[in-house]
Design a protein around this ligand. Structure first.
Ligand code: PEP
Ligand code: MN
Length: 357
């Protein structure tokens, strides 16, 4: 099969679903048949070898599960995919007849492991999906694609599964949408699938993230489904039944990827207005930085430090107080003020210590 072509040819979203882990032959077959009966899935997934954070967790059924998944594929007529993390996994998965392989987030971080996998897959032409690395590093993600491309594997697809952080109040893995958007920019030929299950870690947020990914023009979704989610042997809180998955997908609003001629002129006008405002915004920022430099010269002449904490706190508080009336979120104000402040410090440093730079 050619996965890139399939993804392009099918109506969005290209749906990959199945359990986080293959647990028993019966579980794999029953969930895959229920998924197929929904009529909206394009590929089945199940983890056979599970990269678990702690060693006492269920680490996958291993090789016997490959046959269960392949049989579920045959019974439903859908291609099947699983995660491989080393050359031994590759050999077993290929021998069993798995159609598509994916590289997990904990493997993408390691260039040695990625290279070993690319070497092991050389010449097979099998489609490979590459999850983002656990840390938000676009180059590392791109590097993994490049390693497979150099090994002659061209049927590659990206999976965005979010980035790990310590104790986030909402997400299991923060989406950092700018990274998959960056990947689209640098590697436009690579389709992108969003994995809301691993981003959210909880089933009540799946729709929100799925919708967002569709609005950001992603090609498809990978969502974990289980016949009895609460009793799943891994990732119980984020899995849904095939019925709940069907309901979720029916709520997705799919908007057109292209702008028709009739809409173009209205859109052009709004884009022009935004362009004009952006020009003004940056002219103002540039003028502000010139004043920062004057300030730096003044501070140098009077031998005072660049950072004046009390003043900075006051500036920030005054801005945050106006968040509501400006229709801006405090989070945005905080981050933009931090960036402006850092740039201002750079300008002041330049004029304060001309000999050091
Ligand atoms: C998975 O898909 O079940 C999985 C382990 O994913 P990730 O590599 O994104 O953590
Ligand atoms: Mn999982």
């Amino acid at each position: 099969m050619n996965l890139q072509d399939d993804i392009r040819d099918k109506k969005r979203p290209f749906l990959i679903t199945g359990p986080c882990s293959a647990e028993t032959e019966e579980q794999v077959m029953s969930v895959c048949q229920a998924i197929a009966a929904n009529g909206n899935a394009h590929m089945l997934r199940a983890g056979i070898w599970k990269p678990r954070t702690r060693p006492d967790s269920f680490e996958g059924v291993g090789e016997p599960g490959l046959g269960w998944l392949v049989n579920a594929g045959k019974a439903t007529g859908l291609p099947v995919a699983t995660e491989v993390a080393n050359a031994k996994h590759v050999e077993s998965a290929l021998k069993a007849g798995i159609d598509v392989l994916w590289i997990g987030a904990r493997t993408t971080v390691n260039p040695f492991a990625v290279q070993d996998l690319a070497d092991a897959l050389k010449g097979t032409g099998i489609p490979v999906m590459i999850k983002n690395p656990v840390n938000p590093d676009l180059s590392l993600w791109m590097g993994a694609f490049e390693r497979f491309m150099k090994a002659g594997l061209s049927d590659l697809t990206a999976i965005h599964r979010g980035f790990s952080v310590y104790k986030h109040p909402k997400y299991r893995n923060v989406p950092n949408w700018e990274l998959p958007i960056g990947l689209k920019e640098h590697m436009p030929e690579i389709p992108i699938i969003c994995d809301p299950s691993h981003i959210t870690g909880r089933r009540d947020l799946l729709l929100e993230i799925s919708q967002k990914s569709m609005d950001l023009n992603f090609d498809g979704l990978m969502i974990e489904a289980h016949p009895n989610p609460d009793n799943a042997w891994s990732d119980a809180a984020q899995q849904v039944t095939p019925e709940a998955l069907k309901a979720l997908l029916s709520k997705l609003v799919l908007r057109s990827r292209e702008i028709g001629d009739s809409l173009t002129s209205g859109l052009e006008e709004m884009r022009m207005k935004i362009g004009i405002l952006d020009d003004r915004l940056f002219e103002i920022l540039s003028a502000r930085m010139k004043i920062s430099e004057e300030l730096g010269i003044f501070k140098r002449q009077h031998n005072v430090t660049i950072l004046q904490e009390e003043h900075w706190k006051k500036l920030l508080a005054a801005r945050l107080e106006k968040a509501g009336e400006m229709y801006l979120t405090p989070k945005f104000i905080r981050s933009i003020m931090d960036d402006i402040h850092q740039e201002s410090i750079r300008h002041q440093t330049r004029v304060m210590n001309p000999d050091l730079l």
